[in-house]
Design a protein around this ligand. Sequence first.
Ligand SMILES: NC(=O)c1ccc[n+]([C@@H]2O[C@H](COP(=O)([O-])OP(=O)(O)OC[C@H]3O[C@@H](n4cnc5c(N)ncnc54)[C@H](OP(=O)(O)O)[C@@H]3O)[C@@H](O)[C@H]2O)c1
Length: 340
Amino acid sequence: MPKSRPNVAVIGATGAVGDVFLRVAEERNFPLNSLKLLATARSAGKRLRFLDADIVVEETTEAALKGADLVFCSATSAASRQYAPFIIGEGAVMIDDGSAFRMQANVPLVIPEVNGEDVEWHEGIISIPNCTTTPLAMALHAMRQVAPLRRVTVATYQATSGTGAAAVEELRSQLAAFGRGEPIPLPSVYPHQIAMNVLPQVDVFGEDGYTAEEAKMRNETRKILHLDGLQFSATCARVPTIVGHAEAVHVEFTGPAPLAAIREALSKQAGLVVMDDPANSVYPMPLNTAGDDRAFVGRLRVDESTDYGIAFWCVTDNLRKGAATNAIQIAEELIKRGRL
Ligand SMILES: NC(=O)c1ccc[n+]([C@@H]2O[C@H](COP(=O)([O-])OP(=O)(O)OC[C@H]3O[C@@H](n4cnc5c(N)ncnc54)[C@H](OP(=O)(O)O)[C@@H]3O)[C@@H](O)[C@H]2O)c1
């Protein structure tokens, strides 16, 4: 019997994504019967606000997960791998924010506005994409209605909250020390100081010279769009902002893709906003898009360095559409389709 008002558990409720998850669930009036907030033993006993109640955080254990119909996991890959078998064994569904299962063949990787129908074939786990993949895939999905995609190159400018709450704290403490004219504390989250700096490294390097984040963007975009052969190259950088990942993107098509048609396709794409008035310096930035559930594109122009090319800029709140909002939308999609 499909559930329309599930018992919900959130693993990682005390984290950067977990915090936003609770706000998004409130805003969207997510239909739940009960809510358990879970984290590590370090957080057990903390109280988190949801609607008009304080909920006591519990340590994540199988006993604590028992009875849940739907588990949102925004913790670590190790936690996802540890608890997934129990969750599936109980007949519940896990919506996983992490990268542990994203590329597994029997796990749908879903952006509801792009490939919502993929939830139909889930076997207990549905992954949400990396926070830089989501807005890019949304824009590419809109653009491929105009002409088939051949090649994508992208450079990212990623906020510190993408690394989690400890990274935001690292940036804040470095900025505060700088403001006081004191020596800047040594980094512990990042390999270098992030304040007043840009790091051309997000995650670890692979043997091919790309980072894991760059490989995730390539592989996940191909999987979501069902385009295994899409030529793709990314450079991911960490910048000293707090919320909102930006991307500079160049797309090549296999044939003509007029700018006006691309603009129209983007403006029709659900969940995407075209914010593009360069004459008045209007374009998306972290500061004018954070807190919004949608992805934003601007700086649309023809890329004249190739036959059929378009260049654009996009920005998205990494904690919302890049994580919590997308996870909740997947749950809404499951409920709508009677697949929970
Ligand atoms: N931040 C983003 O923009 C973003 C976007 C998309 C996806 N994600 C993914 O979402 C996940 C969480 O990211 P975050 O940024 O929220 O990280 P975070 O701020 O570091 O929070 C991590 C959360 O996971 C909990 N946790 C850690 N290890 C655990 C374990 N073994 N068992 C149960 N809970 C555990 C932590 O609990 P304690 O507080 O008790 O330590 C905390 O609640 C990651 O997989 C990340 O890749 C993040």
